[in-house]
Design a protein around this ligand. Structure first.
Ligand SMILES: *Cc1c(COP(=O)(O)O)cnc(C)c1O
Length: 396
């Protein structure tokens, strides 16, 4: 039983355990217990733990060169940027080290594009209630949840909020200061709410018509998670800017802002920077991640596997009164329940399955994209059994 360490800030409500080894979909704690990982370090280890291609890329680069400044050319970073632009609607990439930093840079890029390139005083960013965009001052302000903002005032100006999947609520807050709309295609932290295809089309058209930039936060939805390499591909739209982090390094910290060519001038020399961003170690690892994902067509696998898991759960839980809905996109799946489910996360763990919450009432499943059939069966069996017991226990 692990307790909170007195040398650390108590920022996290940690599970009372320490994981010390991982391989594929399996994790082991320091007591030797084995777990099936439907959590993936929060949508990070999309290729599973210790993937050979990723591990080898890291080891090879570690033997050669770890870090040089961005004041030099970094071939591995250039190669990764070319690989990302070839695989997406973007033409330019800026590398940083985390999701919040990527979103922070996206906000800066959007403002600077309007103010320096188009010479218009536009700075407002429209985001959505229930969204999550990070923990820096600007990104927690962008986040549409009050709990992440408490005690951090004064917050930066220039953020307004609309209702997710409600195009009229967006139209109501647009004005001549609007620089961009920023959103997740699946509000993951906010409860696994999937954007409606009609809403996304209308939003993209509205942005285009009004000269407003469309920014997609693909930090959780990107890198194959939803069944496409990037989730906007589901919607037949192209964002002006999108951000990546989590799955990009499969556990090695790296973030990225990707944008259309028209934004390139906005990040002129000296306008933005990051000491570690896209250094040789991070870039080599991310290159191996993306290469593996493309070569093995893993987004397609996530689509199929995610569809199977969702359908199986929908069928198995359709008469379970404790369960409201099973929803999601690819392998980003939520089981929405009628009451808080923190206790079920503990019960699943006691049966060897790691899952995570998405808000108080939603169990979130984030297995890796290489999850084997028998592992899927085992995970489904644990989930349906604890949810069946819960319904009986609650007498509903
Ligand atoms: C995790 C997450 C972030 C923040 O990423 P960090 O690397 O923790 O800063 C931002 N947006 C979304 C959608 C996320 O899931």
């Amino acid at each position: 039983m692990h307790e909170n360490n007195a040398a650390l800030f108590p920022t996290y409500a940690r599970f009372p355990m320490a994981l010390v080894k991982g391989e594929g979909s399996k994790l082991w704690d320091d007591q030797g217990n084995e777990y099936l990982d439907f959590f993936s370090g929060l949508a990070v280890t999309n290729l599973g733990h210790a993937h050979p291609a990723v591990k080898n890329a890291l080891l090879e680069q570690a033997n050669r060169l770890w870090h040089v400044s961005n004041l030099y050319h970094i071939p591995a970073q250039e190669q990764l940027a070319e690989q990302l632009t070839a695989a997406s609607c973007a033409d330019r990439v800026f590398f940083c080290n985390s999701g919040a930093e990527a979103n922070e840079a996206a906000i800066k890029l959007a403002r600077r594009y309007h103010q320096q390139v188009r010479r218009e005083q536009r700075y407002e960013i429209i985001t959505f209630h229930q969204s999550f965009h990070g923990r820096t001052l600007a990104t927690l302000t962008a986040t549409g949840q009050d709990k992440v903002k408490e005690g951090f005032a004064p917050l930066p100006e220039g953020f307004v909020y609309a209702d997710f999947n409600d195009i009229d609520s967006v139209k109501q807050v647009i004005n001549d200061r609007t620089a961009a709309v920023m959103l997740e295609t699946v509000q993951a932290e906010g409860g696994v709410h999937v954007a409606d295809p009609v809403f996304m089309k209308e939003l993209a058209a509205l942005c285009e018509e009004q000269g407003i930039l469309l920014i997609l936060d693909e930090i959780q939805t990107g890198m194959g998670r939803t069944g496409k390499l990037f989730s906007y591909e589901h919607y037949g739209i192209e964002p002006d800017i999108f951000t990546l982090a989590k799955g990009l390094g499969n556990g090695f910290p790296i973030g990225a802002v990707l944008a259309k060519e028209k934004l390139s001038e906005a990040f002129a020399p000296g306008s933005h920077g990051s000491t570690f961003g896209g250094n040789p170690l991070a870039a080599s690892v991310a290159h191996a991640v993306l290469h593996t994902m493309q070569k093995e067509e893993l987004p397609q696998r996530a689509l199929t596997m995610g569809g199977t898991i969702t359908e199986r759960l929908q069928t198995a839980l359709k008469d379970n009164p404790f369960v409201e809905e099973v929803r999601g996109l690819g392998l980003l799946i939520g089981i929405a329940c009628v009451e808080p489910v923190a206790e079920l996360v503990t019960q699943a763990r006691e049966q060897g399955l790691l899952v995570v919450l998405a808000g108080p009432n939603v169990l979130r499943l984030l297995p890796n994209l290489l999850l084997a059939e028998d592992e899927m069966e085992r995970g489904l069996a644990v989930l349906t059994s604890i949810l069946a017991k819960q319904a009986v226990g609650e007498g509903i």
